[in-house]
Design a binder for this molecule. Structure first.
Ligand code: NAI
Ligand SMILES: O=C(O)C1=N[C@H](C(=O)O)C[C@H](O)C1
Length: 237
């Protein structure tokens, strides 16, 4: 499969290595820092585009891909206000796979979070909160993964209706604490606490390999499917 990378930073380079090890060819590496752009590169020849850039760049990149009718795997976080527009393009024939986290382990953790939240819905003595820890270069907070986890908590716990970053202004809110330190690839912890005990679930990425492998597998899935695609569909959860 021919893959174009948009964004050739930490994730782009890890994805390149894993994609090549699975027999794929990287036909473009589009990044302001290596001088490639959409017209000069092999971009229109790709079977699929994998995009990991930065929040303010993502949407324009997706529109450029759609102009060439190219399917996109999107890993960038922090741009989700534009998601309804992307879904509308998919209804008109474009193909787009989005995951706030491509790691299979994190997607199992998402399922665990949903199941635990369902159990805790009737246990009003427990307070729930979340902490996420990432490297200091991360631009967005809270992480896209933390937002996905919080949305699942809100959907399953009737006493919660919103999340807040580094504060909790009412009992209805879930506080997400975002910590930035060192080169941490990504840690997410959800804690339920009552007067008598605590229940904690925790996922810690050891490196970026799991995110990158998941993104390449998602690209393989995207090349064979159409419309708006997700990890739930791919992993058959
Ligand atoms: N969904 C997931 O599983 C994961 C998502 N991410 C997300 O991926 C994004 C990138 O993460 P990293 O690779 O760690 O960041 P990074 O900062 O190492 O790399 C981003 C690259 O994008 C380039 N770039 C910036 N603007 C661009 C544009 N307009 N067109 C093309 N390239 C552009 C930068 O020059 C840089 O090389 C972040 O939003 C991060 O949150 C990161 C890891 C996993
Ligand atoms: O920026 C990162 O590094 C990561 N971003 C994603 C997110 O925002 O959830 C996924 C992972 O946690 C690493």
């Amino acid at each position: 499969m021919k893959i174009a990378l948009i964004g050739y930073g930490k994730m782009g380079k890890t994805i390149e290595r894993i994609a090549e090890s699975r027999g794929h060819e990287i036909v473009a590496r589009i990044d302001p820092f290596n001088g490639e752009d959409f017209s000069a590169s092999g971009f229109p020849k790709a079977d699929v585009v994998i995009e990991f850039t930065r929040p303010e760049a993502a949407y324009d990149n997706y529109m450029a891909c759609f102009k060439h009718n190219l399917p996109v795997v999107s890993g960038t976080t922090g741009w989700l206000d534009k998601l309804p527009d992307i879904k509308a393009h998919c209804e008109k024939g474009q193909t787009f796979f989005y995951a706030s986290n491509f790691s299979v382990g994190v997607n199992i953790f998402f399922e665990l979070n949903r199941q635990l939240a369902r159990l805790m819905n009737t246990q009003a003595d427990y307070k729930v909160g979340m902490t996420e820890v990432h490297h200091t270069q991360k631009l967005d907070a809270p992480s896209g993964t933390a937002i996905s986890l919080a949305e699942d908590l809100i959907e399953n716990i009737d006493r919660k209706d919103k999340w807040e970053l580094d504060k909790q202004s009412s009992d209805k809110a879930i506080e997400i604490k975002a910590i930035r330190e060192g080169d941490v690839p990504g840690i997410h912890t959800i804690k339920y606490e009552s007067e008598v005990d605590e229940i904690t679930i925790h996922h810690s990425a050891k490196s970026r390999e799991g995110f990158a492998l998941g993104a390449v597998i998602a690209a393989e899935f995207t090349a064979k499917n159409k419309g708006f695609l997700t990890m739930k569909e791919m992993l058959k959860f």
